[in-house]
Design a protein around this ligand. Sequence first.
Ligand SMILES: *Cc1c(COP(=O)(O)O)cnc(C)c1O
Length: 384
Amino acid sequence: MDNKMMLMIPGPTPVPEQVLLAMTKHPMGHRSGEFGQIMAEVTENLKWLHQTQNDVLILAASGTGAMEAGIINFLSAGDRVLVGNNGKFGERWGKVARAFGLDTQEIVAEWGKPLNPEDFKAALEADAEKQIKAVIITHSETSTGVLNDLEAINRHVKAHGQALIIVDAVTSLGASNVPVDELGLDVVASGSQKGYMIPPGLAFVSVSAKAWAAYETATLPKFYLDLMPYKKNAAKNSTPFTPPINLFFALQTALRMMKAEGLESIFARHDRHKRATRAAMRALNLPLYTADECGSPAITAVMPQQVDSEQIRSVMKKQYDVILAGGQDHLKGQIFRIGHLGFVCDRDILTAVAALEASLVALGYDQFTSGAGIAAASQVFKAG
Ligand SMILES: *Cc1c(COP(=O)(O)O)cnc(C)c1O
């Protein structure tokens, strides 16, 4: 049915009406005082969201643009880096690092399992000469729904002392606690179509003083994604190139909404949706792909056994207008993923679970009592 589509994927995520409406204006000149005011406000609010005094720079790019910027600004060809890889996005970090000629050592974990902080500890402790220039990881691994233990890995990076920590927080920022200053995260990449509740097109990078010091000696070629012009212009409430002005209108509105809700409430809501979704899947006897301890607050991956996950997605879409994500690479056809990231309320979870129950019935799956998923999610909501 037209205009009834409900996006339950991990990006693009649903966009609030206020945010959509904010975009329906003529673009203003980006060298105008009016735009400068917006730039000042969103920059301040981005720092609030990142819990940092560091620079948070805004790029016209998808999240991968922020990842690339996070590498080329602070490293040089041949630099030794450790890259965590336990899914599609960790794998992407490795691809970017190798594309720029970095000496890349991957710390691998099986898809669906978290990265083991001890592996980082061992590699960092073995580096007596302090050759490792950066540790690069994905916080919330969207392809599998695993939240990696950023704090523990970061602790080992800090014990090493030299290496930068570069983090893909694309599906954790605005969903779970990423206290940039408290943890001393050097580079944090994110993108607009995830926790920010705005359409695709903007990417964000926070940069610590230590990372800026590394910038001074980094020699990888860069131009559009050279972050120094972004920093210098941001100091004058401006941008080096023409920004996607209407996305800035969206960003301004979305950040105001986030501030009104408050960080603690935003994190609590995502955590509640994660728990409600997981409880519902258990009640439907649909196996969860990840353990409770490492479940991402942004997305839950499910690996059904007696019913085909692509058929579930198909009925969900055709009959109930609910869009779920499938599996990537070898998980294609093996899992489906329920996004609960960004502009998602308790009712959305109940709606998705109810539509899932109805889809399972339609597919002849009878390993559950009708209403069991809803009952389980309701109990989570009752407890808060
Ligand atoms: C979405 C996503 C990205 C960025 O993907 P783009 O398509 O370039 O926006 C990066 N990392 C993770 C974990 C993501 O979920």
